[in-house]
Design a protein around this ligand. Structure first.
Ligand SMILES: Cc1cc2nc3c(=O)[nH]c(=O)nc-3n(C[C@H](O)[C@H](O)[C@H](O)COP(=O)(O)O)c2cc1C
Length: 107
């Protein structure tokens, strides 16, 4: 099999391909699925301090040429993701926490 591994800033990735922040990486089950996959890292949904439901549906529309969305940052809140990190690290690939702020102070 072709070696797709790479090293970025001293961090080794088993593959240079990984999910974009926000794409099927909100829940524990989605993050575990990424762990079990060939993805070179587990990138989390962008997390805020408090959990968020996000915008009311419809908020995502997919079509053959792409998609458009206004999800409203639905996420579990940073504490829930922090608690998942030990489990996610057992998959032996980097876990990348995407963080989001809602104002200049980050709160
Ligand atoms: C449903 C959905 C949710 C997304 N959520 C986030 C997010 O939480 N944080 C973020 O930085 N980008 C988010 N994105 C943007 C993607 O990470 C990615 O940047 C975008 O799909 C464009 O891909 P590209 O950067 O490869 O062009 C989201 C995209 C989609 C489709």
């Amino acid at each position: 099999m072709t070696d797709l591994s790479t090293t970025i800033a001293g961090v080794k990735f088993p593959s240079c391909f990984m999910n974009a922040a926000g794409a099927l990486c909100v829940t524990r089950d989605e993050l575990v699925a990424l762990g079990k996959s060939c993805a070179g890292a587990i990138v989390t949904k962008s997390m805020t301090i408090e959990s968020r439901q996000g915008n009311p549906e419809p908020r995502y529309y997919g079509f053959p040429g792409g998609s458009i969305n206004s999800m409203g940052l639905p996420n579990l809140g940073y504490k829930a993701y922090a608690e998942l990190i030990p489990e996610l690290k057992t998959f032996g690939k980097p876990v990348i926490a995407s963080v989001a702020g809602l104002c200049e102070d980050g709160l």
